[in-house]
Design a protein around this ligand. Structure first.
Ligand SMILES: *[C@@H]1O[C@H](CO)[C@@H](O)[C@H](O)[C@H]1NC(C)=O
Ligand SMILES: *[C@@H]1O[C@H](CO)[C@@H](O)[C@H](O)[C@H]1NC(C)=O
Ligand SMILES: *[C@@H]1O[C@H](CO)[C@@H](O)[C@H](O)[C@H]1NC(C)=O
Ligand SMILES: *[C@@H]1O[C@H](CO)[C@@H](O)[C@H](O)[C@H]1NC(C)=O
Ligand SMILES: *[C@@H]1O[C@H](CO)[C@@H](O)[C@H](O)[C@H]1NC(C)=O
Ligand SMILES: *[C@@H]1O[C@H](CO)[C@@H](O)[C@H](O)[C@H]1NC(C)=O
Ligand SMILES: *[C@@H]1O[C@H](CO)[C@@H](O)[C@H](O)[C@H]1NC(C)=O
Ligand SMILES: *[C@@H]1O[C@H](CO)[C@@H](O)[C@H](O)[C@H]1NC(C)=O
Ligand SMILES: *[C@@H]1O[C@H](CO)[C@@H](O)[C@H](O)[C@H]1NC(C)=O
Ligand SMILES: *[C@@H]1O[C@H](CO)[C@@H](O)[C@H](O)[C@H]1NC(C)=O
Ligand SMILES: *[C@@H]1O[C@H](CO)[C@@H](O)[C@H](O)[C@H]1NC(C)=O
Length: 805
């Protein structure tokens, strides 16, 4: 170093006249501005621009006006590439180097320091030509620090995103830049466009630029906010960029109705539908919720496609859903205030829902005959029900004013109900979706008891015979009390309660008539909580026995293969009778053919030829069979052998076979009546039966026996039978020995004394005696369906004159 300075001084002494010379020379030299970034390389060009005939000798570098060089380049006696470099260590030292190739030559200073700033000079000395000088004004640039962005609250934003912000908010950002020389400019760019270059210098070397970006919009989403700080072209500006994030409200929400909807956009109840709702425009993507009315629906699936949220709701509308709104709501998941919704009011169709009720003001358990009632049919239907119909016990119940059945809107009115109104009721409604039958209502009408078998029943019983009379009533609720009465035209007496047993539907009375006075009318009436039976059940007690056999049986019109048989009906025993014709083969015990008939006439055909058949006619009633009435044997002759001698049909011995017949005709003449009265006063006879004690009066001379049934023979008795035939002169009045029971006796009068009959028993004295003791009573023809009047009439027809009693 010392050597260099010494050298320079020597050279100066030789070649130049020190400082003054220097200044002179600099006076006209232009100053070149040189900029260098701190830490980087500064370059001072210094052209050696040699003339053809000259040569560079020395190059010196000075700072400002200093006379001592800070760098020298010595080419004396050497080639340019071998020149000697020297750099003053207290100035640039090793940082500096004068580079000559490639041209242009320049002094390069590495790692420029802030203190390097200043004016420098380069002087080139040539061997011959004049020295040239260059002047430099070096400025050292210090770049600013990286900008820092703070939000409106002064908080440093330490991220690359801004927000999220909502639409309409203001964005207020402050960019703060520290340091930099020269002072940097700080500016805001949005999406690369300069928007704000007004910055201010704050305390120290801090520079700030506040940016107000008001009322951000959806379009601002993802905008890039950049703050740049720059103070030199040598280095790129320092900058910070922030991307704006936003919470966006959904833009659209739309319900896509199911395609399988019915006409008019209706849904069918109880069917599953899938409804889609789409929403776009939300950020973050929308969340979709569904509501039916106010209820949240759960059965949904959600899917996100780009900016679209698709939600599918699967639901089954019920009839309660008709008219309800299905709402689809798209929510920004992070901001509850950012939502959009749409709704769809559904129409649900369903078959009618029908419910039947008894009129609300009525008590179901307390309806009696005669009450007015109504039913209400509650119908819910969409579309509205077109038709309402009513059913009673599954049969349609039409409006019928005469039957007091009224259909009124949704009600059924029944006026003055009867027991027949009881049963199951239902109503039925119809609409396009179907027909529905309501619940069944069991409707009960209470009613007072009434006789189950209307009219008068005739009960036949022989004296001493016990019969059980069952009085059956129809009542709801079941009859609680039964009462029996007996009326024998003289008096009416109540039957003691212990004589009969009752349950809710029937009462049974065991009755044993022992005397005439025990025959009469038994009546029974029941009562329940509704009332007492209006018309009692009436049982006409009649003295009854087996019927008398048919009489006067005749064979008619016998042909080759058929014959007709007809008889006159005997006394029916007090009960309805029917007739049987039994055909026996010669010795047969069992009949070959039985013919039954309501009337005592039959047609016999289909029997073999030349075989003798026995014919027996009998009458049958509830008490049993009459004794048989035999007819002539029947013989069909082979027509070939047949002769003209056809015997007339006759009874012959058959009268005997018929047994002791009581006269079927019981007509008692006044005289006979007197007789019987006389006999009554006699002591009880134990004699064999005597023929009629007195001959009949002439006016009674009749072809028929006159016999009045005072009472009827007992079951075991063989009734009398009178059979007449064309061949007989006089019919035989017959009496039966069996007519001696306590309840059966006969009073008769007959002209014939022939009381005995073949095969029949003799009339005993006892029977007669008892018979005398009985007063006459009427002959009753019993029929279950007979009415009281008919009975009365009969009673009168056969009434015995009072004198008989
Ligand atoms: C050098 O440059 C700086 C700034 O660029 C200026 O202030 C100064 O006056 C200049 N000096 C000379 C001598 O030109
Ligand atoms: C936030 O800034 C702190 C220093 O200020 C730094 O240490 C940290 O890494 C930064 N975080 C992010 C995410 O940039
Ligand atoms: C959603 O994205 C589609 C394409 O991806 C675009 O065309 C449409 O405008 C977007 N809609 C909204 C609301 O952002
Ligand atoms: C939005 O909210 C969800 C859940 O609440 C959360 O995970 C997400 O980070 C939030 N997004 C933003 C951008 O705040
Ligand atoms: C109405 O009711 C009466 C009495 O029950 C019946 O005779 C008549 O046939 C009914 N009319 C109709 C149209 O059913
Ligand atoms: C039947 O219904 C109609 C309409 O609902 C009503 O105006 C009318 O009064 C009703 N009639 C009766 C008898 O309830
Ligand atoms: C008893 O019967 C007679 C005739 O059979 C009748 O006239 C009378 O009214 C009855 N008396 C009672 C209380 O039933
Ligand atoms: C009531 O008595 C009648 C006749 O005895 C009988 O037929 C009927 O079954 C009885 N009913 C009840 C409920 O006991
Ligand atoms: C018996 O029958 C014959 C012939 O039909 C008849 O003339 C006669 O009157 C009948 N007798 C009686 C009592 O009916
Ligand atoms: C007998 O037959 C004739 C002719 O067939 C008939 O007119 C007559 O009525 C019959 N007699 C009887 C009693 O049936
Ligand atoms: C006729 O009736 C009797 C009893 O009534 C019976 O024993 C007999 O078998 C019957 N005969 C015919 C052929 O029906």
């Amino acid at each position: 170093m010392a050597l260099h300075v010494a050298l320079f001084l020597v050279l100066c002494l030789v070649h130049c006249d020190t400082k003054t010379v220097l200044q002179d020379k600099l006076a006209g030299v232009r100053t070149v501005d040189v900029q260098a970034v701190e830490g980087m390389v500064a370059q001072f060009p210094c052209d050696l621009g040699t003339a053809a005939n000259d040569k560079v000798y020395m190059v010196f570098w000075f700072r400002d006006d200093a006379g001592i060089p800070l760098y020298s380049f010595d080419v004396r006696g050497k080639h340019l590439s071998e020149a000697r470099h020297w750099s003053a260590p207290e100035v640039f030292g090793p940082r500096a180097h004068f580079s000559t190739s490639p041209p242009p030559a320049a002094l390069l200073v590495r790692d420029v320091k802030r203190r390097d700033e200043g004016v420098y000079r380069c002087r080139v000395d040539f061997r011959n030509t004049q020295t040239t000088s260059f002047r430099y004004n070096l400025t050292v640039v210090v770049p600013p620090e990286k900008p820092v962005v703070v939000d409106r609250w002064g908080k440093v934003i330490n991220a690359t995103t801004l927000g999220p912000h909502e639409e309409g908010e203001d964005v207020l950002l402050t960019c703060r830049v520290l340091g930099g020389r020269p002072e940097p400019s700080v500016q805001w760019l949005v999406n690369g466009v300069l928007v704000d270059e007004e910055y201010e210098h704050n305390t120290g070397d801090v520079i700030e630029n506040r940016l107000l970006w008001p009322a951000i919009r959806r379009a601002d989403y993802a905008a890039v906010f950049t703050c740049q700080a720059a103070n030199s072209h040598l280095v790129p500006p320092k900058e910070v960029s922030l991307v704006l994030d936003m919470f966006l409200k959904p833009l659209t929400v739309e319900i896509k109705k199911p395609s399988e909807m019915g006409e008019g956009g209706v849904l069918t109840a109880e069917r599953r539908y899938e409804v889609t709702c789409e929403s776009a425009g939300s950020r973050p993507p929308a969340m979709i919720t569904w509501h039916k009315g106010k209820r949240l629906l759960k059965r949904i699936t959600e899917e996100h496609r780009n900016n679209l949220t698709v939600s599918v709701l699967s639901f089954v509308p019920t009839l309660d859903d008709d008219g309800k709104a299905i709402t689809c709501r798209a929510d920004n998941p992070n901001r509850t205030s950012l939502y959009l919704e749409t709704s769809w009011t559904i129409s649900v169709v369903y078959p009618p829902v029908v419910r039947l009720r008894l009129g609300s003001s009525l008590a179901a358990g307390d309806i009696k005959e005669g009450d007015d009632v109504y039913f209400e049919c509650h119908v819910r239907a969409n579309p509205p029900a077109r038709k309402l119909s009513w059913l009673h016990d599954d049969r349609p119940l039409a409006h019928n004013a005469t039957a007091r059945v009224f259909h009124s809107n949704q009600s059924l009115v029944l006026q003055k109900v009867t027991r027949h109104s009881s049963g199951r009721y239902a109503c039925s409604a119809l609409n396009a979706e179907g027909e529905t039958v309501s619940n069944e209502l069991h409707f009960r009408v209470k009613y007072s008891p009434s006789c189950r078998s209307g009219g008068v029943s005739v009960v036949g019983a022989a004296r001493g015979e016990s019969v059980v009379i069952v009085c059956e009533v129809d009542a709801d609720p079941p009859a609680a009390v039964f009462k029996w009465k007996f009326n024998n035209s003289g008096e009416t007496i109540d039957v003691a309660a212990d004589r009969y047993t009752s349950n809710g539907s029937a009462s049974s009375l065991k009755y044993t008539p022992v005397a005439d006075l025990d025959y009469g009318t038994l009546s029974c009436s029941a009562s329940n909580e509704v009332g007492t039976q209006v018309t009692p059940c009436v049982f006409q007690m009649v003295a009854a026995g087996k019927p008398h056999p048919p009489r006067n049986c005749t064979l008619w019109n016998q042909t080759v293969d058929s014959a007709e048989v007809s008889c006159v009906a005997g006394f029916d025993g007090g009960l309805p009778q029917r007739f049987l014709l039994e055909v026996y083969s010669a010795d047969g015990v069992k009949p070959r053919v039985n013919l039954s008939s309501e009337e005592p006439s039959w047609t016999v055909r289909g029997l073999e030829w030349d075989v003798r058949f026995r014919l027996v006619a009998v009458a049958v009633n509830a008490k049993g069979r009459s004794s048989p009435a035999r007819l002539d044997d029947l013989l069909f002759s082979d027509p070939e052998k047949r002769t003209a001698s056809e015997a007339p049909l006759g009874v012959g011995g058959m009268v005997g076979a018929a047994g002791a017949g009581a006269g079927a005709i019981c007509a008692l003449l006044a005289g006979a009546c007197a007789l019987s009265l006389r006999r009554r006063r006699r002591p009880p006879p134990h004699k064999p039966p005597a023929p009629a004690p007195a001959p009949p009066p002439p006016d009674l001379d009749d072809a028929e026996p006159d016999l009045i049934p005072n009472n009827y023979c007992e079951a075991a008795s063989a009734p009398s039978l009178a059979v007449s035939s064309p061949g007989r002169t006089a019919p035989a009045p017959l009496s039966t020995p069996a007519c001696n029971g306590p309840g059966a006796s006969w009073t008769w009068s007959a002209r014939s004394r022939d009381l005995s009959a073949p095969g029949g028993g003799a009339l005993t004295e006892g029977a007669v005696g008892r018979a005398m003791g009985r007063s006459a009573s009427a002959t009753l023809r019993a029929a279950p369906d007979l009415n009281v009047d008919a009975i009365k009439e009969k009673l009168l027809d056969h009434r015995i004159p009072e004198s008989c009693v």
